[in-house]
Design a protein around this ligand. Structure first.
Ligand code: GLN
Length: 185
């Protein structure tokens, strides 16, 4: 299995290390040519969605990746990656791939108290460590979207067909169950 990890900005190394430990091959997607290589899964890491979105367009990668997602390639979006997947952003006029029918709120926990750690419950996995860094949460989901986690009434993990979107950063914790779940999708 080859996992293509978007590597234009943000926390991509951490995902790469975990997938390697789990026995997958990984490639970094840094420029348009990289998209010609074979990969069967896509990871959109945390970072800054505005920067990533702009780079994807400037580098000519945006439409190719959108098409791959629409054609069913399994995709994991963490934090900024979730924002890139979302159909709409309630506090921003921008939107990116729009393949995941949810509305997210950016920097939803405020800027000062924006980063924190807690344990949450993930459907099918149980208690899971969650690292939030200036994170979005999901304000609402269309029918067909499976809510996998809620913290204090806010949705923080959801799955829809081939897409898994997380508010938090499992790649910063020593718990690889979500990465495994994604490899099995
Ligand atoms: N606040 C960032 C954004 O809006 C996301 C933060 C993250 O990925 N850790 O894109």
């Amino acid at each position: 299995m080859v996992i293509g990890i978007l590597a234009v900005q943000g926390a991509f190394i951490e995902h790469e290390e975990i997938f390697k430990k789990l026995g997958a091959d990984t490639i970094q997607l840094r420029q348009k040519n990289d998209l010609d290589r074979h990969f069967d899964r896509l990871v959109l890491p945390g970072g800054e969605s505005t920067v990533q979105g702009k780079l994807l367009k400037d580098l000519g990668m945006f439409n190719i990746l959108k098409e791959k997602i629409e054609n069913g390639m399994p995709v994991l979006g963490t934090c900024a990656g979730l924002i890139l997947l979302a159909k709409s952003i309630s506090n921003d006029t921008r939107a990116y791939f729009q393949t995941l029918p949810v509305t997210v709120k950016r920097n939803a926990y405020g800027r000062q108290l924006g980063s924190f750690h807690c344990d949450g419950e993930i459907k099918g996995l149980g208690t899971f460590p969650m690292e939030f860094i200036r994170a979005p949460y999901i304000e609402n989901v269309a029918s067909g979207v499976e809510v996998l986690a809620e913290n204090n009434g806010k949705i923080t993990a959801a799955r829809y067909k081939n897409q898994l979107g997380l508010s938090f950063h499992p790649e910063l914790c020593n718990d690889y169950r979500l990465h495994k779940m994604f490899m099995e999708m």
